[in-house]
Design a protein around this ligand. Structure first.
Ligand SMILES: *[C@@H]1O[C@H](CO)[C@@H](O)[C@H](O)[C@H]1NC(C)=O
Ligand SMILES: *[C@@H]1O[C@H](CO)[C@@H](O)[C@H](O)[C@H]1NC(C)=O
Ligand SMILES: *[C@@H]1O[C@H](CO)[C@@H](O)[C@H](O)[C@H]1NC(C)=O
Length: 270
């Protein structure tokens, strides 16, 4: 029989251990998210999957909205990356990375969300990729590269001027709702000097010629990465309003107004 003193000492040790573990696991950090995103870029530029710390118990690879074998997907090939940019969502413990490869026989413009479970950025539980190439909607990687290279994505300062998580999510949702809701466009704070790059199609100001409803099918399968420091929201989705297309929509809000919109769409309308 254990003495009650020993029992309570053991209980204390167990509680301290549980507490210590909760401190270690509790925080999803920006540094951890970006470091995982850079490991993804390194793996992609070399075609070496071994560079990635994938969870051995809970890992899903999705390419163009279909769960598939990572060893047969985009990461199995190396691509020369001309431009990359990543954002981080410490609440969802997920990151968004876009990269462009404009040279070579198979050019790509790619948007990838990487997810981690239990705030543990040392392991990846999901790589969720939208990859557009030759033949997809408005695809021209060289043009897209030139437009996006010229953009300013510096961290929004001061911190008090950053758009909130709610504002960013609402802007992402309202944007995707424009095809089904005639009033959705009015809920978006368009900037007068805003630029929209859809595939390689450029529109400025981006608040011109907008859809005003008309489709009965809402754009579905929405997955979000929201980064207040960058003032950005990326939504991966299925563009059902125009016909089942795997899609990424990214919006950056600066000084309370939409500054950039990027879309990556796989397939063609109609
Ligand atoms: C993950 O980290 C975020 C940000 O630090 C925190 O808000 C959230 O509660 C944490 N979630 C878990 C499951 O620990
Ligand atoms: C991604 O872009 C950064 C500059 O923003 C660059 O230093 C880095 O080498 C790029 N990564 C890859 C894999 O091309
Ligand atoms: C696996 O990870 C996902 C996040 O990518 C999470 O939603 C899910 O709950 C995890 N499942 C298990 C069994 O841990």
């Amino acid at each position: 029989m254990l003495s009650s003193t020993l029992k309570s000492a053991l209980l204390t040790i167990a509680l301290i251990a549980a507490y210590a573990q909760s401190i270690v696991a509790a925080e999803c950090t920006r540094e951890g998210l970006l470091s995982a995103a850079y490991s993804y870029l390194a793996a992609q530029s070399t075609g070496q999957l071994s560079a990635l710390k994938l969870s051995s118990t809970n890992f899903t690879y999705q390419q163009n909205n279909k769960v598939s074998d990572i060893a047969k997907g985009l990461l199995s090939q190396s691509y020369k990356i001309d431009l990359n940019r990543s954002t981080a969502d410490t609440v969802a413990c997920a990151s968004y990375t876009m990269w462009i490869s404009s040279t070579g026989s198979k050019p790509y413009v790619v948007g990838t969300q990487i997810r981690h479970h239990d705030n543990d950025t040392s392991e990846i539980t999901m790589i969720d990729t939208i990859a557009a190439t030759t033949g997809d909607l408005f695809f021209n990687a060289k043009k897209t590269l030139d437009y996006i290279k010229a953009e300013d994505w510096t961290t929004i300062m001061p911190a008090s001027s950053r758009p909130s998580r709610d504002v960013l999510k609402a802007a992402g949702d309202a944007y995707l709702d424009m095809w089904t809701d005639a009033k959705a466009a009015d809920r978006i704070p368009w900037g007068t000097d805003c630029e929209r790059v859809e595939g390689s199609m450029y529109t400025k100001p981006c608040g011109g010629s907008l859809p005003r409803g008309g489709s009965k099918k809402a754009n579905g399968m929405r997955r979000y990465v929201i980064d207040e420091e960058a003032g950005s929201v990326d939504v991966l989705c299925q563009f059902d309003s125009l016909g089942n297309m795997p899609d990424s929509h990214e919006i950056r809000i600066v000084a309370g107004k939409v500054k950039y919109v990027h879309t990556i769409t796989v397939g063609r309308v109609g």
